[in-house]
Design a protein around this ligand. Structure first.
Ligand SMILES: *Cc1c(COP(=O)(O)O)cnc(C)c1O
Length: 379
């Protein structure tokens, strides 16, 4: 039996030609024609004011922290069940991440747990649309605006997902996208900063260009190119942008394949899940999901370990997900303690992600579904 990996990069076929074109135009550094094309496509996909390609989602999150002027002593509320970069970007600026528990159905930031975490020091609320299923943005936006606190989105999973028909990435003043190999659209390593509040735009361009006004200089808006603010180098090369444009141009086909894979898993596992006390992803009616992943939540840690091991024995590679950040060594330094975020802890212990990638064949998926449905809970 062949190995079924957890993830496998998808190649649309146009990547080579575009990279060749980048080489032929002799423009390989950032902000060339392919970056412009990628930015335009991202503006359309998110209905945003502007998009700036970055070297990663992590870097886009770091840019957000700089743009929001997050400082030591500030607090930033984020879900406990997320990737380290969501917290690190703000911790790097000396802020304290405040871990909010997640909802038991979607594993998104729990809007009911949010109000009591807000203090005079709260500088931002970061939402993560887990698995590409939207947070309850109506409730979260209401809390945020009542306190005058900006929302930003870590939209690494959510590109092309919607909430009440509106694209994810368009809710925060800023949003971050990822084009890491494991995401729906990829260039190996890459990301983007999505801007919905125009007032952040010119400073974002400066921060991304090493704290210089290079972008304005090339637009003929200033006559000297010089150091004007803090910043770093957050722009990717045209080679990466060329690869990404090929992927973004095939977004519809990619999403259609992923939708089919997701639905086959859901249909194939529903009866089994009921029989072993496991649950499958919940997509609320007002959410159009982004088909980023498929997971099962087992009854307990023992079941999850047993199922993961059984799949591995059959050379099928399933993966756990986040160690709840408040339980990590770094989270503990910010005061995180076991029991603080029980739902997030449950997800850390019991959630298992099944192989999910654009090129997954029906035969391989049938093998996975067969292996999972053969699993019997020993309780
Ligand atoms: C993948 C991911 C990131 C980091 O993306 P990079 O592009 O690898 O920096 C951040 N947040 C979430 C929720 C992610 O899934």
């Amino acid at each position: 039996m062949t190995r079924i990996p957890f993830n496998c990069p998808f190649v649309t076929g146009r990547e080579h030609a575009y990279i060749q074109q980048a080489i032929d135009t002799m423009h390989l550094s950032g902000d060339g024609p392919f970056t412009t094309r990628a930015n335009r496509l991202l503006v359309q996909m998110t209905s945003s004011r502007a998009a700036l390609l970055t070297t990663s989602c992590t870097h886009a999150l770091e840019m957000m922290a700089l743009l929001l002027d997050v400082k030591p002593g500030d607090e930033v509320i984020l879900p406990a069940f997320t990737f380290v970069s969501t917290a690190n970007a703000f911790a790097l600026r000396g802020a304290t991440p405040v871990f909010c528990d997640v909802r038991a159905d979607t594993f998104n930031l729990d809007e009911k747990a949010l109000p009591r975490l807000i203090t005079r020091r709260t500088r931002a609320i970061v939402v993560v649309h887990y698995a590409g299923v939207a947070c309850n943005m109506d409730a979260i936006c209401a809390v945020a605006s009542a306190h005058g606190i900006p929302i930003v989105e870590d939209n690494a999973h959510g590109l092309l997902g919607t909430y009440k028909g509106r694209p994810l990435g368009s809710f925060g003043v800023l949003a971050a996208q990822s084009f890491h190999e494991t995401k729906n659209f990829s260039c190996g390593e890459g990301g983007a900063l999505i801007i919905n509040d125009e007032s952040y735009r010119s400073r974002a361009e400066i921060i991304r260009e090493k704290g210089t006004n290079r972008t304005q200089f090339f637009q003929g808006l200033v006559d000297k190119y010089t150091w004007v603010d803090i910043g770093s180098s957050y722009l990717p090369s045209e080679i990466n942008a060329a690869y990404l444009v090929a992927q973004l141009e095939h977004a519809e086909q990619i999403q259609e394949r992923r939708r089919r894979i997701w639905c086959r898993y859901f249909d194939g596992l529903t009866t089994w899940a009921e029989s072993v006390g496991a649950t499958l992803p919940v997509v609320p009616d007002d959410c159009g999901q982004a088909y980023h992943m498929f997971y099962v939540v087992l009854r307990d840690l023992t079941d999850r370990v047993r199922l993961a091991e059984e799949l591995k024995r059959q050379d099928i590679h399933a993966a756990f997900h986040y160690v709840s950040l408040h339980l990590s060594p770094m989270g503990a330094r910010f005061g995180g303690q076991p029991g603080d975020c029980p739902v997030s802890e449950h997800a850390s212990a019991c959630l298992l992600r099944l192989p999910f990638f654009t090129g997954l064949s029906e035969a391989d998926q049938d093998r996975i579904i067969g292996a999972v449905t053969a699993f019997i809970s020993c309780r």
